[in-house]
Write a new protein. Structure first.
Lengths: 324, 295
């Protein structure tokens, strides 16, 4: 087990929107990787691909509101050695263009970076058509597609560089709104590795994406109640770090997953499968429970659908108490 | 000129030689489907002359270097006609003709639908209809970006242009003025199942003027008889000469072309011939009906 990262106090952490970091990250990478291109589905000013379009207009291609063609064009460019990064919303990419991703990206294993912005529930009051709660499940089930959900802007930046050094087709799960930056500036991302962010023996919280921030907040609430929680952040949903998940279950004896995604096929499903097969351990799952969302303010959505840090803390406390 | 010559000078092969290659391709298609006990016949036979013409008289390709960066690209969007492409590739020297016997068998490079990971020379995997034109747009854009002179050709079935993605791709190709992209529409007007109509049922598509649709999306169109090598050559030359727009060659074809009892019969979309039917088909294709029913 590697040393824990030194995290800032969550309340002191600067807030950066992952989409802003993504747009800036593309510009940064484009200097080092001339093969990087960006293809947009008429959402560049939402996804922040417009930052790249302004810096590298010759390497930016507008494909209009036509996600199936967007993916197919990227596939054709990838056959020539380009590495196309796709800019659209997770909800449309993972479903509208799914067969295209399967047939011309995943099956021929072409190096296309599928970036789903506005993932999960917090999509700017747009409601269930734009919320994406099945994308992880979709890509976990698709052979050959690496699936990554970073926790913050710095981890995203590091993950993007790791993606350029890797030639697998990859789904990158992005969020819209500002959230605390906890990873250090010089963080190095390793595809397929989970990261232990907090150590505690009473309960193991396993989280992914920005929900890791809420898992850390939950761990602090638990500490005030005398419960020591571990937080294992799983930014790579596929390939899954089975070893780290099993090791956490061994150390804590009870686990909780936390994700802004359906527990069916998401992190909750993945951990349930892993533990059932390798080390049966009690598990509670915080996430979407087989339902669609609605439009509303972020706090109200997290509260109504059971995704707030308080909900994670309650599940973890119940898990810890059930153990003793 | 040997059929196995590597690179070619476009538009120089004799029409008799192309007709002979078409007949040989059709015989091998029928033999292979009979041997495999599976596969499609109607569509491959309608596409045969177009594929022979492209691979033997147009495409700048080299079977010895299937990944050569400057080669012309070809995508068979109507992937279920794979056997026609495989036969033409074998005759062109991409792999031994003997390998056709592995078609549709386990561990074969010749998958039911073309797979670029399995078979060098396949420029894009296809099979789920309506998807081939978009990667073609990507290749054409990429060629322009790299400053490479190659051309991208995509063969579409007339059934699969019911898929909306085809028109998404058409919109984008015209928007980027991709005059290094050519689509070929195998317009055989015979679907797998068909359409209900008042008082009955039709398996023939109405004449629905696909050229007007492509033009409405900003493409240039050229029409030809897809079974007449002289006319195909004229259409392909016109496509190559056009500037400022992508071009669609609307090739009027007959499903099952070359075998009397298969022509225009939807039942031969994907049916395996009996030994007797195979023998009759080979006899007809050997006797030579170069222009088929009309000829």
């Amino acid at each position: 087990m590697s040393a824990l990262l030194t995290l800032p106090k969550l309340t002191d952490a600067p807030q950066v929107a992952m989409r802003d970091a993504w747009g800036n990250g593309l510009v940064e990478l484009a200097k080092d990787y001339p093969e990087l291109l960006v293809l947009d589905g008429d959402l560049a000013n939402s996804t922040r691909a417009d930052t790249f379009a302004a810096a590298y207009p010759d390497r930016f291609f507008e494909m209009g509101i036509a996600e199936q063609n967007l993916v197919g064009v990227a596939s054709g460019l990838a056959t020539l050695g380009y590495v196309p990064w796709i800019s659209t919303f997770a909800a449309f990419l993972a479903k509208r263009a799914l067969d295209q991703i399967r047939v011309v990206v995943a099956q021929p294993h072409l190096n296309v970076k599928l970036c789903g912005s506005y993932s999960g529930i917090l999509t700017g009051k747009t409601g269930k058509t734009h919320q994406s709660v099945e994308d992880i499940a979709v890509f976990r089930a698709m052979p050959g597609v690496v699936t990554i959900a970073p926790a913050d802007a710095n981890e995203l930046r590091a993950a993007m560089r790791a993606m350029m050094e890797d030639d697998n087709p990859t789904y990158l799960r992005l969020t819209r709104d500002p959230s605390p930056v906890i990873f250090p500036d010089d963080y190095r991302f390793e595809i397929g590795k989970a990261v232990l962010l907090r150590e505690g023996g009473d309960v193991g919280i396993i989280s992914t994406g920005v929900q890791t921030i809420r898992a850390l907040e939950a761990a602090e609430m638990l500490a005030e109640r005398g419960i020591a929680a571990s937080v294992l952040h799983v930014p790579t949903l596929k390939p899954l770090d089975v070893e780290a998940i099993v090791a956490l279950a061994e150390r804590t004896g009870t686990t909780v997953t936390a994700e802004d995604h359906s527990i069916i096929g998401g992190l909750g499903g993945a951990v349930a499968e892993t533990l059932a097969e390798h080390r049966p351990t009690p598990l509670r799952r915080v996430g979407w429970h087989d339902t669609y969302g609605e439009s509303g303010p972020n706090d109200a959505l997290l509260e109504k659908y059971g995704l707030s840090s308080r909900h994670v803390a309650e599940a973890a406390e119940a898990a810890a108490r059930a153990k003793s | 000129m040997s059929a196995h010559a590597t690179q070619i000078t476009p538009f120089t092969r004799s029409l008799d030689e192309l007709a002979a290659l078409s007949a040989e391709t059709r015989r091998l298609i029928v033999e292979t489907i009979h041997h495999a006990g599976a596969g499609h016949l109607g569509g491959p036979l309608s596409a045969t002359d177009l594929l022979v013409n492209l691979y033997f008289d147009v495409l700048n390709i080299d079977p010895a270097r299937p990944h050569w960066e400057e080669r012309d690209r070809f995508i068979l969007s109507k992937g279920h006609s794979s056997i026609a492409l495989y036969v033409v590739m074998a005759l062109r020297g991409f792999f031994p003709r003997e390998e056709l016997k592995t078609f549709d068998q386990i561990d074969s490079r010749l998958q039911g639908h073309p797979c670029m990971k399995s078979l060098p020379g396949i420029d894009m995997s296809t099979g789920s209809l309506g998807q081939g034109l978009s990667p073609g747009v990507g290749m054409a854009l990429g060629a322009r970006l790299k400053g490479l002179p190659f051309r991208t050709w995509v063969m579409l079935g007339d059934g699969e242009i019911q898929e909306g993605q085809i028109w998404e791709a058409c919109f984008t190709a015209a928007r980027y003025e991709l005059d290094n992209l050519t689509a070929i529409l195998d317009y055989n007007r015979l679907p797998q199942f068909g359409w209900p109509q008042t008082g009955g049922f039709t398996r023939s598509r109405p004449i629905d003027d696909p050229a007007a649709k492509f033009r409405a999306f900003g493409w240039h169109t050229v029409e030809c008889n897809g079974h007449d090598h002289a006319d195909i050559r004229r259409a392909f030359q016109a496509a190559l000469a056009h500037r400022g727009q992508p071009v669609c060659v609307i090739a009027h074809t007959v499903k099952g072309k070359g075998v009397s009892f298969m022509e225009g019969d939807f039942n031969w979309h994907a049916k395996v011939p009996t030994d007797e039917q195979r023998d009759q088909a080979i006899a007809e294709l050997t006797a030579g009906r170069p222009n088929g029913r009309e000829g």
